[in-house]
Design a protein around this ligand. Structure first.
Ligand code: TYM
Length: 332
């Protein structure tokens, strides 16, 4: 079985709809066909200041949501990044192979650093993509299921894998991004020119999966569209309606074409009312399942402990090869 690896940050509160449609939904599907490794990236989270208590709680919350979304610990390896020390160890080697300018070109770093003020941004934020490189290479992943905003980090991973292999001999699998065109970028409901995100979206533009379902329905109903009346997919001229059609289509399995047909001659309000209902049907059981996992932290922690053990077995083997190739003296 080919291998996939991906990660998600333990953000406060809840995953948003972009995380789910852009990434987690694919993770669930890929566990059926791939040897799948998925992790909650707490090491990445601390590149931005975190309250320790919150970080711990959010890490559990993230794992609970992944299980609620359909990850099955019998079909995939689900773990917490900091439980596998090899991530930080390989990241060091990768740091030493990355050019300063090369790291400085990472657009996500530039955005986040600009937001914090360049002087206040941590060195960890700067090397964030290189830790991600280590995450992927440790598992010899063939594919990395992510949203469009992570493409550049996967490209960096390919470059560094090739660089290491070229310098020290074949060691790492060169991975490919796995990005589904339709859901690569889910947009903000209030401003369909920007992606849905915790940091940039206003509360009304952002669908948090664990919010009160009624509040979510309301956000769908007040989504920004356009002054035209035709329900048709056209990402250029009708970004708002196109985003709603994408969300609708992905959650129900109806194709965009089928939806366009179904809503021929109908008003935007009809589409929004139906999508609000679709959304309620999706988030209601998701919230319940997440709560069930949170109510039983022992089970949750034991799932993560087993995951970490499986992950470590793979990661340790790769790290040992990398150490040997680099020329570190083996400890006797
Ligand atoms: P993170 O936690 O920001 O996001 C998790 C996943 O959600 C996707 N995503 C979106 N997809 C479509 N539309 C959106 N509006 C949207 N917003 C977020 C992201 O692309 C991502 O796939 N650096 C990563 C975490 C990471 C990782 C890794 C990923 C760490 N190590 C190794 C893959 C492999 C991140 O911060 O994702």
């Amino acid at each position: 079985r080919p291998r996939v690896l991906s990660g998600i940050q333990p953000t406060a509160g809840s995953f948003h709809l972009g995380n789910y449609l852009g990434a987690v939904r694919q993770w669930v599907a890929l566990q059926e066909t791939h040897d799948a490794f998925y992790m909650v990236v707490d090491l990445h989270a601390i590149t931005i200041p975190q309250d320790p208590k919150d970080l711990r709680a959010n890490t559990r919350l993230a794992a609970a949501q992944l299980l609620a979304a359909g990850l099955d610990p019998d079909r995939c390896t689900l773990f917490v990044q900091s439980h596998v020390p090899e991530h930080a160890q390989l990241a060091w080697i990768m740091n030493c192979l990355t050019g300063f300018g090369e790291a400085g070109r990472m657009t996500q770093f530039k955005d986040k650093a600009a937001k914090q003020g360049a002087e206040r941004a941590s060195v960890g934020l700067f090397t964030y993509p290189i830790l991600q490189v280590a995450d992927i290479l440790l598992y010899q992943a063939h594919e990395v299921p992510v949203g469009e905003d992570q493409r550049q980090h996967v490209e960096l991973t390919r470059d560094l894998a090739e660089r290491f292999n070229g310098r020290f001999g074949q060691t790492f699998t060169v991975p490919k991004p796995y990005i589904l065109r339709e859901t690569a970028k889910i947009y903000d409901l209030q401003d369909p020119s920007i992606k849905m995100s915790k940091s940039a979206s206003t509360p009304k533009g952002l669908i948090n999966l664990l919010d009160e379902p009624k509040a979510t329905a309301k956000k769908v109903k007040s989504a920004v569209t356009d002054t035209d009346t035709v329900i048709r997919y056209d990402a250029e001229d009708k970004p708002g309606i196109s985003n709603l059609l994408t969300i609708y289509s992905t959650l129900t399995g109806e194709t965009i074409g089928e939806l366009e047909e179904k809503y021929t001659g109908k008003m935007y309000g009809a589409l929004k009312t139906d999508l609000a209902e679709v959304m309620i049907e999706f988030v209601t059981p998701f919230r319940e399942r997440t709560q069930q996992y949170l109510d039983d932290p022992e089970t949750l922690d034991s799932i993560l402990a087993k995951g970490a053990e499986k992950a470590r077995a793979v990661a340790a083997e790769t790290l040992a090869q990398a150490y040997e190739k680099v020329g570190f003296l083996p400890a006797k």
